[in-house]
Design a protein around this ligand. Structure first.
Ligand SMILES: *Cc1c(COP(=O)(O)O)cnc(C)c1O
Length: 370
């Protein structure tokens, strides 16, 4: 028996839509792309959706659309997938890491204001692991200092902050449909916004900025970030049955949580009270024992064919960050994110896991840590 860290199930509906693309030969841009944009943006509470080829390109498109450019600074959760920071760097701007809260592992919003400088252009909260960042203080600071908010929602499809849907709170937001995200088409992404001007700009930029009168006199330097119809068909099938996917993830979280909540060498991140709908992305734990870092457990689990992954290495730990942005690195060492990198890991979390598999994994974790 193998326990992959993530596994995806493609059902009849996705297959039907893909076959429709193949049978009609609409494999480039077609109706599934439009329908995915309409239904997904509605699902996350936004008026406009602009599909892209990945979460990374969605983040880049979002930053470019807002006009992030050379020399600007963008404040980001230190602990994240580096795509968040890369998107900023692609625009010539500088990512400034903000430490995370050691209980929830989300951006510590009390540490943002002291990092705002004359060059700060935007804040990028990353809603990690299916929780939401505490957005009200960010909205307050954005107003006070005239900053933009880019939400990285790659791990938080369907999540609620108080009564609001994640992705609809900032000026512009990015989602991912990578293979291990809540809904997937292998590779894909989406920019969403409620601002019509931003939506039009994003749409132009992602589609090579073709000219309006003469198509080949381009209005700006654009990108080709177009999601193919076949991929959109898979994502649309997934979206239309997202409730059943979320139900499975809920069961998996509960099972892990109940099995591991009283184990004394393990800490499970706490879900912040402002996250009114939590949707587990992956199941995280961190090791309390001083002696052991997460690699020790990862290696031992591997001997039982259980795959796991270490927690994110934060922005301030990246060798290229130290080298390229040394002055920023010196000022921005993030203690809690560093600690999570050392002690944190996640266990197999795909929606195909059944309860006895979870029990087996937990039993091994408990025995190894005894
Ligand atoms: C997955 C992820 C991304 C990148 O998405 P891709 O589709 O893999 O490019 C960006 N940010 C976060 C927080 C992610 O989890």
């Amino acid at each position: 028996m193998k326990y992959p860290v993530y596994e995806v199930k493609i059902e009849k509906l996705e297959k039907k839509y893909v076959n429709d693309c193949l049978n009609t030969s609409w494999i480039g841009q077609g109706a599934y792309v439009k329908n995915l944009e309409i239904e997904f943006s509605k699902y996350v509470g936004c008026k406009y959706g602009i599909s892209t080829t990945s979460g990374t390109t969605a983040l880049h498109l979002a930053c470019r659309t807002l006009g992030i450019r050379n020399g600007d600074e963008v404040l980001i959760s230190s602990s994240t997938n580096m795509a968040s920071a890369f998107a900023v760097i692609y625009c010539g701007a500088i990512p400034i890491p903000v430490d995370i809260n050691s209980d929830t592992w989300q951006m510590d919003v009390s540490k943002i204001e002291s990092k705002i400088s004359k060059k700060t252009k935007a804040i990028m909260p990353v809603h990690l692991f299916g929780q939401s960042v505490d957005m009200d203080p960010i909205i307050f600071l954005a107003k006070k200092y005239n900053l933009k908010i880019i939400e990285d929602c790659a791990e938080a499809i369907g999540v609620l902050y108080k009564k609001r849907k994640i992705g609809s709170i900032g000026h512009i937001s990015a989602f991912s449909f990578f293979a291990n995200k809540t809904i997937t088409c292998g590779e894909g992404g989406m920019v969403v916004t409620n601002d019509k001007r931003l939506a039009l700009k994003a749409y132009e930029l992602k589609n090579l900025c073709y000219g309006k009168k003469n198509r080949f006199l381009h209005s700006d330097i654009g990108f080709n970030y177009r999601l193919p119809n076949i991929s959109a068909a898979i994502a649309l099938g997934q979206l239309r049955r997202i409730d059943s996917i979320i139900e499975k993830k809920k069961r998996i979280y509960q099972r892990y949580f109940n099995n591991l909540k009283n184990i004394k060498n393990i800490k499970i991140p706490i879900i912040g009270s402002h996250t009114t709908r939590f949707i587990m992305w992956v199941f995280n734990i961190s090791l309390i024992n001083e002696r052991n870092d997460s690699n020790f457990l990862i290696k031992k689990l591997k001997s039982y064919s259980i795959e796991s992954r270490p927690a994110f290495a934060p922005i301030n730990k990246q060798p290229w960050y130290k080298k390229k942005y040394f002055n920023f690195f010196k000022k921005n060492n993030c203690h809690n994110a560093n600690e999570v990198m050392l002690k944190g890991l996640y266990l197999p979390s795909g929606s195909t896991l059944n309860n006895s598999q979870i029990d087996f994994i937990c039993e091994k974790v408990i025995n190894i840590l005894k």
